[in-house]
Design a protein around this ligand. Structure first.
Ligand code: SF4
Ligand code: SF4
Ligand code: FES
Length: 553
């Protein structure tokens, strides 16, 4: 392997890598605007210039492959001066309006100015070119042309990643500017990724702009629950009480303001689809269920769990163990589904519709899949797709009085809507049962006749694991607190199991360790080893492992 020395430290790296790639891997900071690891090299901004020994000119680190024996320096006075000049050039016509710019606080121009430039502009502010501001590029993206530094990341995203080619550079030289040809709207299903890659405040998201300052946000690494791909993302939420907030949340419970693609080259590179990115708004679509009730009267979850246990035990005693069952969903975590299976003696299903038929099927050739649940593969791995026949089978058994008591855990799908037939089946199931317990994130009309209703934590309000379509186990994190008395399903199940005499830790890590001991596919897995990028269980047969990035450009 070639050996390369960066700032007097020697590293080995595979041939074909560029200087900036090796520097990123070993933690040496090289400034950049046009370079992005998942878009391709442009070599136009000149921010990444470095000194390479025996090379008379400074070299762009993003466009220079390493060679054996190469000696690179990134902090010499020549390099620093070149970066200062590049910054001064980029800021010539840039409006100095950071206080009213939505990117302020997370802007690469601000950061690099403080780190590498700190010059006083030699260009009179009155002569700065004025260009179009707050121009609508598409339904989800706005462009401020004055702030654009022409790095062409957005252009290359639509050219190389979505291959839709909407954004392009018009005119030449000083007149160059970014835009969309003709009247074509910029509305491809992955459009907001250009906001993520824009290093400055030129491209902003219509959903997020001017809602909150970046420095008030706290980021939590998690997984999108919008479909079975399981894209990695960061949830940006309020870090402290800000006042106001989205309907259904008080500020102290936490408000999610946006999600941003988190790089995982095995799953989604740096990208999210727009539906998944905005799917956190689904949690605001209906009134949240904040308190438990029995026969419509308010109670607490703590009061009702012993009642639920006694009633299920009585039904089992009177009609036999088969008279009690449960229905989870593929939006529940592995930990919740596993404990559901334990408490309900394997009489558990999770299939609301056609998840099992569609969880591997692509909706397009980038990321989206037809199954709008994050954990169908996990539910199957845990052995939940048994002979109960899914939602319809359970409803038929309830109508035939073969099942008399059920726990129904319902989390709406975050992308799109649960089909009308599913909602009708749920209503009929509740009506057919002698004793029905519904744990749900929202107060849906179909559960009006349930005997007991329990508020359940939803996506981003609980911690646990999902297994994506390809078999990768990933951690979904708790970013905000659930509303009112709502609690995660795994917690309610661990309390029911305790009432049944089985002591279970409420910690998802401990529950996962139990899964690893009992589920052969997850054998020898360790929750702490899953890490931020997830892992494919070592015991999964090679033939079952799906290629993940085959099509992700
Ligand atoms: S709009 Fe942003 S991403 Fe696109 S060229 Fe300008 S600065 Fe770069
Ligand atoms: S492709 Fe699926 S998992 Fe990825 S962002 Fe979209 S909805 Fe979420
Ligand atoms: S990052 Fe290398 S030239 Fe722009």
């Amino acid at each position: 392997m070639p050996k390369i020395t960066i700032n007097d430290q020697q590293y080995e790296a595979p041939p074909g890598k560029t200087i900036i790639e090796v520097a990123d891997e070993v933690g040496v900071q090289i400034p950049r605007y046009c370079y992005h690891p998942d878009i391709g090299v442009e070599g136009s901004c000149r921010m990444c210039l470095v000194e390479v020994e025996k090379s008379p000119k400074l070299t762009p680190a993003c466009a220079t492959p390493i060679a054996d024996g190469m000696i690179v320096r990134t902090t010499t006075p020549r390099v620093q001066q070149a970066v200062r000049y590049a910054m001064e050039f980029l800021l010539l016509h840039h409006p100095i309006d950071c206080p009213v710019c939505d990117q302020s606080g997370e802007c690469w121009l601000q950061d690099y100015y403080m780190d590498h430039a700190r010059h006083t502009s030699r260009y009179p502010g009155t002569q700065k070119t004025q260009r179009l501001k707050a121009h609508t590029l598409g339904p989800l993206v706005k462009l401020d042309r004055e702030r654009c530094i022409l790095c062409t990341r957005c252009v290359r995203f639509t050219r190389n990643v979505t291959q839709t080619n909407e954004i392009t550079v018009f005119h030449r030289g000083h007149a160059s500017e970014i835009g969309v040809a003709g009247d074509r709207p910029f509305d491809n299903p992955y459009s907001v990724n250009v906001v993520d890659v824009c290093p400055v405040g030129a491209l902003t998201s219509t959903d997020f702009r001017f809602k909150v300052r970046a420095w008030f946000l706290q980021g939590t690494s998690s997984i999108c629950a919008g479909c079975s791909t399981g894209c990695n993302l960061r949830i940006d939420h309020s870090a402290r009480a800000l006042g106001g907030g989205a309907p259904g949340y008080s500020a102290t419970e936490g408000t999610i303001y946006r999600t941003v693609g988190r790089r995982n080259v095995e799953v989604n590179k740096s990208w999210l689809c727009d539906e998944g990115r905005l799917s956190f708004h689904t949690m605001e679509r209906w009134p949240r269920l904040r308190a438990a009730r029995e026969h419509g009267s308010p109670r607490t979850v703590a009061e009702l769990l012993p009642v639920v246990h006694q009633r299920f035990e009585a039904i089992r005693e009177q009609y036999g163990p088969a008279a009690v069952a449960a229905l989870g969903s593929a939006t529940n975590t592995n930990e919740a589904l596993f404990l559901l299976k334990k408490y309900f003696h394997n009489r558990v299903d999770f299939r609301l519709g056609d998840e099992v038929e569609t969880y591997r099927k692509r909706q397009d050739d980038l990321l989206r899949r037809w199954d709008k649940h994050p954990n169908t593969r996990g539910a199957l791995d845990l052995g939940l797709g048994g002979d109960l026949g899914g939602l319809r089978g359970l409803r038929e058994m309830a109508e035939r009085r073969q099942i008399r008591g059920m726990w129904i855990a319902f989390h709406p799908q975050l992308v799109g809507e649960d089909a009308r037939e599913i909602v009708d089946e749920l209503r009929r199931l509740v009506d057919a049962l002698e004793f029905s317990v519904v744990s749900a994130t929202h107060d849906f009309p179909w559960m009006a006749n349930a005997r007991i209703v329990l508020p359940m934590a939803g996506w981003a309000e609980e911690k646990g694991t999902y297994t994506n379509f390809a078999g990768r186990v990933q951690i979904t994190a708790r970013a905000v607190a659930p509303p009112g008395d709502a609690r995660p399903l795994h917690l309610m199940m661990s309390e029911l199991l305790a009432l049944a005499g089985v002591q279970v830790s409420a910690d998802p890590a401990a529950i996962f360790d139990w899964i690893a001991r009992e589920v052969p596919l997850y054998a020898d897995m360790d929750y702490d080893a899953i890490g931020p990028l997830g892992i494919v269980p070592p015991a999964r047969p090679a033939a079952e492992i799906e290629p993940e990035t085959e099509m992700v450009r």
